[in-house]
Design a protein around this ligand. Sequence first.
Ligand code: Q0N
Length: 286
Amino acid sequence: MPDAVHLGSGKVRELYALDAGRLLLVASDRISTFDVVLPTEIPDKGRVLTGLSAFWFARTRPITPNHLLALRSDARSTECRRLTMLPIECVVRGYLAGSGWKDYQKTGEVCGHRLPPGLRESDRLPAPIFTPATKATSGHDENITREHAVRLVGAERFAEAERLSTALYRFAAEHASARGILIADTKFEFGVDGDGRLVLGDEALTPDSSRFWPADEYTPGGPQPSFDKQFVRDFCEKTGWNKTAPGPALPPDVVAGTRARYVEAFERLTGVPFTRYLADPQVVLG
Ligand code: Q0N
């Protein structure tokens, strides 16, 4: 790719500039758990995430414009519009998990949303809530108050980001639950285009940007198994790893089981056989 300038690396993705207005997002097969990238890759994971994200971008255009310009034939690279990204992560929660559950236990609130008393871990919320976060310098996301988010992006952008994020979440959560997957929460990133319009960027509604739970095992009152990463987490717990880098290498059965879960999520949500996507990535845009 002589014409692409490498701009940066995420934990599992690479970002290149194609020209002044276009970026190339490349999803690798790297996997992270407990915030550490493991030394073993999951074959096709990047293709699953790219295809899923493109599927959602195509189907949510009536809700919001997005940065997707083209899906490349390698099935893991997307050409995107270059935006000026908002300095907040737009998190929507439909269920009480992770930092949302922690904050609720301490204060009865999550990011200024007062919730009913007596909720248990993983309970479904009465309605989805918008709980913005910032990328802290540590690399960890940090929940922020609505007031803090308004200071960062302005009241008008905040209101628009909240409205679009919750509409996207509602659309996707309903689609997914009908196909046996609960989207407990998800993170969106928005940017502003040259005309000042808010545009959905990054990846969207993938297992890396969301908590996917198998609906048939949903049992509130404790933590839920991850749809995609549970084999990896179980293996990592079993090794006694202290959750600091470097992580353990994964054995072949854990790799195969995890790959199968990613492919299963893709096929359930898109209705497209994964082999068909590999042969012609454009099928998810239909
Ligand atoms: C951008 N990030 C954070 C790739 C993703 N459309 C865009 N325009 C301008 N900037 C960005 C996008 C997008 N998407 C988003 N950084 C730049 C997420 N990165 C992390 C590294 O991998």
